[in-house]
Design a protein around this ligand. Structure first.
Ligand code: ATP
Ligand SMILES: O=C(O)[C@@H](O)C(=O)CO
Length: 419
C-alpha cells in the first residue's frame, strides 16, 4: 500500500525529495503534473507529483495543489507531504502558507509540521531560525533572490505572515534531550491554538525524532530531509526498496547540456576531453532548417562510442551575455530549449533510450520532447540527482540541476549501466 503522497512545488524539488526517499529504501514514482488517470500504486511506497506552483499566483497554486492532493487521496495516499524549497522560497503573499492552509482544510487536520531542515545540505533550524550552511537564511544570499527574496530567517515570522494561524515552537533542548515529552508538548501547544509546529533540527537524528513524534499528522510540510526521515522510520521499507534500477546498457545514450551554470561548465569541459562532443551553433539553430537533422545524424554516427556523445549549448557567462545581448535572452533561451526538445524526440526514433540532461529548463524541454508523464526514481549519481526510468518504457533519464554533481558527473552516470 502506498504510504505517502508528496506534492512538490517545483520539478527539481520533486526529484530531490524522491531521491532522498529512495536512498532510505523506498520505491518512489514521480509524475509530471497531476495525472489524468488512476495509477496502480500497490508496490509503491510514495508517489510524488511535481507541480510548477512556487511562484505562480496564490489562487492558482492553491487550486493546483488541491487537485494533486485529491488525486493522491484517490490513489490511497491518506498521508501527504507538501514539499517546498529548503530555503522556504515564498513571499508574504505565499505560496507556502495559503497552500498549507488549503491542504489542512482538505485533509481535515488542525495541525501540521513546518520543517524545511535538510542537515545533509546544511539547512538547519535553531530557535526557530533557518540556517543555510551556518548562515542565517536572510544573510545566505537568498535575500537577493530575484523572485522570492528572503528577508527574515524566523520561520515563525515567515509562516505567520502568509497563513491564517499561529506557530508552535519546540526548541533544540526538548528535541535532543526530552524526546519522550514531545507528544505532551504538542498537545499543550495545540490547546493554546498552535497550528504549525516548528521544531529545531540540527542533524538527521533530530529529524528522525521529529518525524516520529508527528507520524500521526495526516499532513506534514517541508523539504527533502523530512522525506528521508519518514522513509527511514518505515520498518517495512526493506521489503520494497533498495532494488538497484536496471539501466540497460543496450541501446544508445546521449548527453544533452543546456545549463550554463559554473558547475555544468566544468562538467562539459571535463567530458569533452574524453568523449565525442558537439557545441551547438546558435546562429544555425535560428537560421538553418536543416541543422536539426545534421546534429541528429552526428549523434547517431557516434551512437556506439565507448562514452555517450555530448551535444551542448553550455557556455561561460561572458559568452552567454554577448549572445543574449545580440538575440534577446528570452528568445534565444526558448529557441535552444525547443531545439533540445526536438533533438531528443528525433533521437528516440533512432533508438536512443538513455538521456543525460543538464539544466532545469532544459530538462523541462526534453521531458516534453520525450512526452514523459511519469518516472520511477532509481539510484542517485549525485545527491538529489537520480537515474529515473520512464513509466512503462525501456527508457531512462537523468535530469541534472545546474549546480549539482561533481566534475565527472556525465561519465559517472554511465557507470550505472548493466549488461
Ligand atoms: N549558448 C547559449 N546562449 C544563450 N542561452 C543559452 C545558451 N545555452 C543555454 N542557454 C539557455 O540557458 C538556459 C539555462 O537554463 P537551465 O535551467 O536549463 O540551466 P540552469 O539554470 O543551469 O539549471 P537550474 O535551473 O537547474 O539551476 C536555458 O534556457 C538555455 O536554453
Ligand atoms: O529543497 C530544495 O532546496 C530543492 O529541492 C528545491 O526546492 C529546488 O528548487
Amino acid at each position: 500500500m502506498t504510504k505517502l503522497g508528496v506534492i512538490a512545488d517545483d520539478f527539481t524539488g520533486a526529484t530531490d525529495i524522491a531521491s532522498f526517499m529512495v536512498n532510505a529504501g523506498w520505491k518512489v514514482v514521480l509524475f509530471n503534473g497531476v495525472p489524468s488517470e488512476a495509477f496502480d500504486a500497490q508496490d509503491t511506497d510514495a508517489i510524488v507529483i511535481a507541480l510548477k506552483s512556487r511562484s505562480i499566483p496564490v489562487n492558482e497554486a492553491v487550486e493546483l495543489s488541491l487537485s494533486a492532493s485529491a488525486w493522491l487521496q484517490a490513489q490511497g495516499c491518506q498521508r501527504q507531504l507538501f514539499k517546498y524549497c529548503s530555503t522556504f522560497d515564498s513571499t508574504a503573499q505565499g505560496n507556502i502558507g495559503p497552500v498549507t492552509d488549503a491542504l489542512m482544510k482538505f485533509l481535515n487536520t488542525p495541525a501540521t509540521l513546518v520543517c524545511p531542515a535538510v542537515p545533509d545540505n546544511g539547512r538547519t533550524i535553531v530557535h526557530g531560525h533557518l540556517f543555510v550552511k551556518g548562515e542565517l537564511l536572510n544573510e545566505s544570499g537568498m535575500e537577493h533572490h530575484p523572485v522570492t527574496p528572503m528577508k527574515h530567517s524566523s520561520l515563525k515570522k515567515l509562516m505567520e505572515a502568509q497563513s491564517v494561524g499561529l506557530c508552535g515552537m519546540i526548541n533544540l533542548d526538548k528535541v535532543k534531550n526530552h524526546p519522550d515529552e514531545l507528544a505532551r508538548e504538542i498537545e499543550t501547544q495545540l490547546a493554546n491554538k498552535a497550528r504549525y509546529f516548528i521544531f529545531d533540527v540540527l542533524d538527521n537524528q533530530d529529524l528522525l525524532t521529529v518525524a516520529r513524534v508527528t507520524a500521526h499528522f495526516p499532513l506534514v510540510t517541508g523539504a527533502a530531509g523530512l522525506g528521508y526521515a519518514i522513509a527511514a522510520l518505515d520498518e517495512h521499507r526493506a521489503l520494497s526498496g533498495k532494488q538497484a534500477m536496471h539501466i540497460d546498457a543496450r541501446g544508445a545514450s546521449v548527453v544533452l547540456s543546456g545549463s550554463c551554470s559554473a558547475m555544468t561548465n566544468q562538467q562539459v569541459d571535463f567530458y569533452q576531453q574524453r568523449a565525442s562532443s558537439l557545441a551547438l551553433d546558435v546562429e544555425k539553430i535560428i537560421q538553418d532548417p536543416a541543422y536539426l537533422e545534421f546534429v541528429s545524424q552526428w549523434v547517431i554516427a557516434h551512437a556506439s562510442d565507448h562514452l555517450a556523445p555530448m551535444v551542448y549549448a553550455t557556455q561561460p557567462p561572458q559568452i552567454i551575455e554577448l549572445i543574449q545581448k545580440h538575440y534577446g535572452a528570452e528568445y534565444i533561451s526558448d529557441r535552444i530549449e525547443t531545439f533540445f526538445s526536438s533533438l531528443a524526440k528525433s533521437l528516440t526514433r533512432a533508438g536512443f533510450n538513455k538521456f543525460i540532461v543538464a539544466g532545469g529548463e532544459t530538462s523541462g524541454a526534453v521531458t516534453q520532447g520525450l512526452n514523459i508523464e511519469g518516472m520511477v526514481i532509481g539510484e542517485p549519481v549525485a545527491p538529489g540527482v537520480p537515474w529515473t526510468q520512464v513509466l512503462n518504457k525501456q527508457q531512462w533519464v537523468i535530469l541534472k540541476s545546474g549546480n549539482f554533481g561533481s566534475q565527472d558527473f556525465f561519465q559517472k552516470a554511465q557507470e550505472h549501466y548493466h549488461e
